[in-house]
Design a binder for this molecule. Structure first.
Ligand SMILES: C[S@@+](CC[C@H](N)C(=O)[O-])C[C@H]1O[C@@H](n2cnc3c(N)ncnc32)[C@H](O)[C@@H]1O
Length: 201
């Protein structure tokens, strides 16, 4: 789906994915689980939308780049979260545009972390390999990838469904080492079938 369609969805309030806060399993992972990665970053949040997860990481002390190709989403993210948070910045770009990312200082092996939340299920499944390759390319050796994946089986999308085994295999095949892959705890009521993962490059 092109950026203009996402802009339109944001403008019209057709934003059924919006939780109005960071996803509870991610917040709980970072606040209560000793396995969660530690600051400082830099960390990329691709498809950050209104920026709730990016803001959570900034509050926890990470240097964060919230990336989205929707201007509508980023305007709201900026208004909601940016005051008094110099360690949080926003980048309007397509995740798959390596030239735009590089121009913003996000090049190969430049990141300590990537946080995924409802971007993977928003892109066409045909782009998933490119998504995995992009994450691996941008992470520094030892860098981390944390993702909350909505592994629902329904046809069509977005949100496109996925299968927990297939997701795990796809990131392993891309070259990441799995440290955590388990059913998420404390998901929002409308989000059953979520899985939480932590990988390292
Ligand atoms: C379902 S929304 C989720 C937003 C946010 N992660 C959340 O959970 O509230 C998916 C977001 O990914 C963005 N997006 C989709 N494809 C993208 C791409 N190729 N590059 C950058 N952003 C993209 C959309 O603009 C949208 O804001």
């Amino acid at each position: 789906m092109p950026a203009s369609d996402w802009d339109q969805r944001y403008r019209q309030g057709r934003d059924g994915w919006e939780l109005g806060r960071a996803a509870p399993p991610l917040e709980s992972f970072w606040r209560h689980d000793a396995r969660s990665p530690q600051p400082p970053g830099p960390v990329l949040v691709p498809g950050c939308g209104r920026g709730h997860e990016a803001a959570l990481l900034a509050v926890l002390g990470f240097e964060v780049i919230g990336l989205d190709f929707s201007a509508e989403a980023l305007q709201r993210a900026q208004a909601l979260h940016t005051p008094d948070r110099p360690q949080l910045r926003w980048l309007q770009a397509d995740l798959f545009d390596a030239v735009a990312l590089s121009a913003a200082g996000i090049g190969s092996a430049s990141l300590q972390g990537v946080l995924e939340h409802t971007c993977f299920c928003a892109i066409d499944p045909a782009q998933r390999q490119a998504y995995c390759d992009t994450v691996v390319r941008l992470l520094a050796p030892g860098g981390w990838f944390v993702g909350l994946f909505w592994c629902h089986p329904r046809p069509g999308g977005p949100p496109w469904g996925s299968d927990a085994n297939a997701v795990a295999e796809q990131f392993a095949t891309a070259g990441l080492q799995r440290h955590v892959w388990e059913p998420a705890q404390g998901s929002a009521p409308e989000r059953t079938d979520e899985w939480l993962g932590l990988w390292r490059r």
